[in-house]
Design a protein around this ligand. Sequence first.
Ligand code: 13P
Ligand code: SF4
Length: 320
Amino acid sequence: MTESGIVGGPISTDLDLEAEIQKLKKERNAVILAHYYQESEIQDLADFLGDSLALAQAAQKTEADVIVFCGVHFMAETAKILNPTRIVVVPDLEAGCSLADSCPAPELAAWKQAHPDHQVVSYINCSAGVKALSDIICTSSNAERVIESLPKDKPILFCPDRNLGDWLNKKLGLNMDLWQGTCIVHEIFDEQKIIDLKVNNPGAVFIAHPECEDHVLRHADFVGSTSALLKFVAESDHQRIIVGTETGILHEMQKRAPHKELIPAPFGDGTCACNECPYMKLNTMEKLYRSLHDLEPRLEMAEDLRLKALKPLERMLALG
Ligand code: 13P
Ligand code: SF4
């Protein structure tokens, strides 16, 4: 039975969720890690807010007994791989990722087998099974550094994001073979609408995440990871910025640059919420409360898989 007197059912509307979460957090000696794509209430009460790389580093370092990971499944898996003695819970364990789903480990194993002379670089948005088959992991924050650290005489298989891979190929003058996965959020932006918006807003700059498609990135004045986009908004002189990434980031961007005008990049007919990640948004304050209360659902992993997935992650983290 929960404090609200309900098992599994609706939580009493009288419950002050934020206060209860703070109380439970102390009782459980828990730390709340949240990605910038979480709903703003969750971002505001997280102990640590970050992008994929920063969250992995925070998860590795924490000494809390419990990690409540407000992000998606592959992020929580990464936390467990890096810090296995902690209890890792996710408010909604069904929070997946279209990129991770695009690349089942057996299919990657077959791709590797067909290219035995290649090294495998996997974007962190992949399952532990895929990590275990990889030579090194990268995130959008460190992909260039990771790739530049590799032996130059060995060709590269890059998975699972073809847009990030294509952007890296162009930027670094490479010819990596690309897995054909995409992020369902970053591929929805509309090229023509972005061109029109720029024309109608002279002085506005367009910034975008490299998970966007090439025909959209072509119009970007700046391309960068979540944390790089955040830094651009906070530190550049531009006052009007069109933002081509998941809309949850606008919350922190606006906090860091309260007087700037931030315009979400246009997509479709604008009637859906397609610029919100449906997986990330599965986590809610109610589910966060429950996960802290019940210490469920937990992320568990077989030790042999964890150890295999740890190697390429440690190789990435050793680069700083
Ligand atoms: P970063 O946090 O590495 O920028 O990745 C964005 C993303 O899509 C996370 O799922
Ligand atoms: Fe995956 Fe895209 Fe959602 Fe990130 S925003 S978790 S890449 S589907």
